[in-house]
Design a protein around this ligand. Structure first.
Ligand code: PEP
Length: 251
């Protein structure tokens, strides 16, 4: 059966020293704890190798927030999937709406990134979600379906089964506006149906679909209680161990 997961996305926050401190705090909070979900932190590239040294990999997974769409070579400033994997990280967030919006990521570039993540044994946490206009004009189901189909439906069922999906309505990210638990469930159930149509019920039932968008300790339990919401991708509330653990403990 699919995994329950709470993953933090630190974005472009914390210096290296602050990040090591935050990772140590989360790691400490997990010592002796028996969370009912897997816990992952996705941190800036500069922090990966150092954070990997201070966490217990059996309790806390480590991921990057992006990787390049090329293997290696003359791409100044880029970080390859192989480089990410060489730090000890096991996950990589791909297709976050901030990457799509500010850095022009398309389904074509994301296909390359997913392939390179797999080549390097990284598990993609693949983000999808509609913008406010699409929510308001009622096209949100077709937008999300296209994001999944265009970037992922060339994959074999086996490879698709390795992906963690994160539904993040863009209008809810960092805005304090959360999708209601019913809105989240409606979309998650829709996504599971789209996967079932393509790959069959077993693959769909085994795919973890996380919710992201202003998730916090006060609303996490209601979201996670929904049958198709398998956890959360957490931005702002992942920047303090206490609020992040409040969400982890919502399961
Ligand atoms: C995110 O960026 O993935 C996110 C969900 O952010 P926030 O929790 O701050 O809305």
């Amino acid at each position: 059966m699919r995994k329950k997961i709470v993953a933090g996305n630190w974005k472009m926050n914390t210096t290296l020293q602050e990040g090591i401190g935050l990772a140590k705090d989360v790691n400490e909070a997990l010592k002796g704890a028996e969370p009912k979900c897997e816990v992952i932190i996705c941190v800036p590239f500069t922090h990966l190798a150092s954070v990997n040294e201070v966490i217990d990999a059996n309790k806390l997974g480590l991921g990057a927030e992006n990787c390049a769409d090329h293997k290696s070579g003359a791409y100044t400033g880029e970080i390859s999937a192989a480089m990410v994997a060489s730090t000890g990280a096991k996950y990589v967030i791909l297709g976050h709406s901030e990457r799509r919006q500010y850095y022009g990521e398309t389904s074509e570039t994301l296909k390359e990134k997913v392939a390179l993540a797999f080549e390097n044994n990284l598990t993609p946490i693949f983000c999808i979600g509609e913008v406010l206009e699409e929510r308001e004009n009622g096209t949100f189901f077709e937008v999300v379906k296209a994001q999944i189909a265009d970037a992922l439906f060339h994959l074999s069922a086996e490879d698709f089964g390795k992906i963690i999906l994160a539904y993040e309505p863009v209008w809810a990210i960092g805005t304090g506006k959360t999708a209601t638990d019913d809105q989240a469930e409606e979309m998650h159930a829709f996504i599971r149906g789209v996967i079932a149509d393509k790959y069959g019920k077993e693959v769909a039932d085994n795919t973890s679909i996380l919710y992201g968008g202003s998730c916090k300790p006060s609303n996490a339990a209601a979201l996670f209680a929904k049958p198709d919401v398998d956890g959360g991708l957490i931005g702002g509330a992942a920047l303090q161990a206490e609020s992040f653990m409040g969400i982890v403990n919502a399961f």
